[in-house]
Design a protein around this ligand. Sequence first.
Ligand code: DC
Length: 222
Amino acid sequence: MVVTIDGPSGAGKSTVSRKLALLLGFAFLDTGALYRGVALAAQWAGLESDDEAAVAAWLEGLDLAARPQGGRFMVLLEGRDVEPFIRNEEVANLASRLSAQAAVRGHLLGLQRQAGVLGDLVAEGRDMGTVVFPKAEAKFFLNASPAERARRRFLELKSSQPGLTLEEVLADLNQRDQRDAARSLSPLKPAADALVVDTTSLSQEQVIALLLDKVRALAGKS
Ligand code: DC
């Protein structure tokens, strides 16, 4: 069974998806980490990221993989776990810019779908329910007000980036949302058959309980 969780950043997708996967005994795939892995590699290579032809040619030699390990998919760049290097705003912004390019999306599509054939999966991203797993049995779209999403991102980032202000996080988030939703390829939007959940005034536990109930009900039917 594949469960998809899409939505903008700060809507609570990551923690909810990870915990939901754990409770269901499903593997967890964070597809944003794949886009961030591409961005990190581009940064390290000093690539001119707005040159689409150059990016497409460079992707052919890119050694990026998603390997199942301990209930989640680890993103490996040339065999190295990228996790310690990708959770910052610079990589996030470059990932958002690169993710609008067809060659990048096409390159990652196969990697993401492969994860779905290995077994039960919770897949989190922007286009899981619309493009990558259109036949998923359970689809969710998490959202929250921009102010609440910025507050959550700020709390996440403030220890690693002490100079950052809430206003900067909000401005960054608005810019990234705008770009992710306005792009012509796989824009951020709920699948027609997704359950849209506004998490603004819900706790993580409430969101998880809601999703868990829904998935169990759907699994019982199939
Ligand atoms: O979820 P995240 O913040 O780690 O994602 C980083 C960027 O990657 C995000 O701004 C848009 C892009 N992305 C995407 O286009 N499609 C996905 N399925 C996941 C992420």
